[in-house]
Design a protein around this ligand. Structure first.
Ligand code: 4NP
Length: 157
C-alpha cells in the first residue's frame, strides 16, 4: 500500500514546506519513506518558484531538517487525482481546497492538526507576518501532527 500525501497552506513558503520536511523525517526515521509520496503546495500563487521563507529554513534547520531545496507551487486540479490525502494547515486552506475539488475528492481533504487531537487546536497559525518564534510554534505543532499521521498510516500499511 502506498500513501500519497500533499501538505497545503496559503503561500507554500512557510507552513506546508515545514510540514513536508518534518513529516519526511518522521517517515525516514520509521523506515517508511518507500511507502510514501510526500509533497506540498499553496492555494495562492504569489510565491510560485520561491524557496521556503528564510525564517522557515532556519527554524527547521535547527531541528536537523533541510528544506532549502523545496520550491513553492500552486495546488492544481490534478492534485486531487495524484494524492490520497490533502492536508490543510488551517480551516481557510481547507475551505479553499474543498471549493477546488470535485465530488468524492473532497473526502480526501483533511485538517492536518486533526491528527493531533490532544492539542485542541485545528489551525496551524500563519507565521508569515509575525516574528521568529512563530516558526518554532509551527514546528512544534507539525511534529505532533506528523507523529499522529504516521501512527494512523502504520495501522493501515
Ligand atoms: P504560508 O505563509 O501559507 O504558511 O506559506 C504565507 C506566506 C506568504 C503569504 C501568506 C502566507 N503571502 O500573503 O504572501
Amino acid at each position: 500500500m502506498r500513501h500519497r500525501i500533499l501538505f497545503v497552506c496559503l503561500g507554500n513558503i512557510c507552513r506546508s514546506p515545514m510540514a513536508e520536511g518534518v513529516f519526511r523525517k518522521v517517515a525516514v526515521d520509521a523506515g517508511l519513506l518507500d511507502h510514501l509520496v510526500i509533497d506540498s503546495a499553496g492555494t495562492g500563487n504569489w510565491h510560485v518558484g520561491d524557496p521556503p521563507d528564510p525564517r522557515a529554513q532556519a527554524a527547521t534547520s535547527l531541528r536537523g531538517i533541510d528544506i532549502s531545496g523545496l520550491r513553492a507551487r500552486q495546488v492544481s486540479n490534478q492534485d486531487f487525482d495524484n494524492f490520497d490525502l490533502l492536508l490543510a494547515m488551517d480551516q481557510s486552506n481547507h475551505s479553499d481546497l474543498t471549493s477546488l475539488g470535485a465530488g468524492e475528492a473532497v473526502d480526501r481533504v483533511r485538517l492536518f492538526l486533526d491528527y493531533a487531537p490532544d492539542l485542541g487546536l485545528r489551525d496551524v497559525p500563519d507565521p508569515y507576518y509575525g516574528g521568529k518564534d512563530g516558526f518554532d510554534d509551527v514546528l512544534n505543532l507539525v511534529e505532533l501532527a506528523s507523529e499522529g499521521l504516521l501512527r494512523e498510516l502504520q495501522s493501515g500499511l
